[in-house]
Design a protein around this ligand. Structure first.
Ligand code: AHM
Ligand code: MG
Length: 332
């Protein structure tokens, strides 16, 4: 076995995946293959993203997606790229995507895994050359192979994830993922076409002084949250909000901070989707020593009831998330 081979900053993603697979006697080669497939699709989407302004493919497609939001052409392209990679890879039986109403049954009866994905999140930032991201969760199917997939294969709580990650198409492109043994980040070297380990064993600072929330709707926040935000201001914390979940989350993970997408009186469940946005980042946050709740309980323990269900999200440094939760108990 290769398990004696160490990795260090500069190790390629492929090699890192291989080393990790050899380290764990029961680690599956299939899961490793899915991670490689996702990384390949990410490289392609990265290329499209970098060219979006040039190739005139960043404009609105004139179509709306399930949530009725304007769908950008690059979202569609990213969805196609990831679907293709996951289909061709052969390890996946079903995909839940932000871009598709229904579960995509890949008709692959030997696929042991289910993937939930937001192929290109932060779509309002595409046209203005601001960071966007891909978010993914991987689950093991729970019903026997060789038969049709069933709802219980799809509707699993986040605590059943076997791996999760995100790709940040930012000033550099990064892939960050966990398989439940810590979090590692890889930076893309475009001229070589490789992801290299740049952020081994990422750890979220326990506390921080950045808060990230769209304050434009503060009048619709519940009292406790309004008071928490006031508290952040009293302490002169930094307000940072890109409007791309992956980018906002990533910054806070490195620097220490809290990202909040709250329930409001208009949207009692907030905006973000449990299956392919909140769960993946919650898994990563916890693996990095951070925390993720809906304001009341652990994101990863929410039992999903519908594919595109939304959840409020409080995520980031442990002390900040705990404190915000405490404030939510204030009712007037
Ligand atoms: P999207 O899936 O349509 O891109 O929406 C999700 C995005 C997140 O990336 C971001 O955190 C949030 O929406 C911003 O929403 P708002 O503009 O309401 O603050
Ligand atoms: Mg999204």
């Amino acid at each position: 076995s290769d398990s004696s081979i160490a990795y260090s900053v500069g190790t390629t993603l492929d090699r890192f995946i291989k080393i990790k697979q050899d380290e764990f006697p029961f680690a599956s080669g299939e899961l490793s293959q899915i991670l490689r497939d996702i990384a390949l699709a990410a490289k392609i989407v990265n290329r499209e993203t970098n060219r979006a302004g040039l190739a005139n493919i960043g404009g609105a497609f004139g179509q709306t997606n399930v949530q009725g939001e304007e769908q950008q052409k690059l979202d569609v392209i990213a969805n196609i790229r990831f679907m293709r990679a996951l289909t061709k890879g052969g390890e996946v039986c079903a995909v839940v995507s932000e871009e598709d109403d229904e579960v995509i049954d890949l008709q692959n009866s030997s696929g042991k895994y289910v993937v939930a994905i937001d192929p290109l999140d932060g779509s309002s930032n595409i046209d203005v050359n601001i960071s966007i991201g891909t978010i993914f969760s991987i689950y093991r199917r729970v019903t026997p192979l060789g038969r049709r997939i069933l709802p219980q294969d799809i509707m699993q709580p986040g605590n059943q994830q076997v791996a999760a990650g995100y790709v940040l198409y930012g000033s550099s492109t990064m892939l960050v993922y966990t398989t439940g043994y810590g979090v590692n980040g890889f930076t893309y070297e475009p001229s070589l076409g490789e992801f290299f380990l740049s952020h081994p064993n990422m750890c979220a600072p326990k506390d921080g002084n950045i808060y990230s929330i769209n304050e434009g709707t503060a009048n619709l926040f519940e009292t406790g949250l309004q008071k928490y935000i006031e508290k952040c201001k009293e302490r002169q914390f930094s307000a940072r909000y890109i409007g791309s979940l992956v980018a906002d989350f990533h910054r806070n993970l490195l620097k220490g901070g809290i990202y909040i997408y709250p329930a409001t009186s208009k949207s009692p469940k907030g905006k973000l989707r449990l299956l392919y946005e909140a769960n993946a980042l919650a898994f990563i946050a916890e693996q990095a020593g951070g925390m993720a709740t809906d304001g009341f309980g652990r994101i990863l323990d929410i039992e999903p009831t519908s594919l595109h269900q939304r959840t409020p999200l409080y995520i980031g440094s442990e002390k900040m998330v705990e404190e915000a939760e405490g404030f939510l108990k204030i009712k007037n």
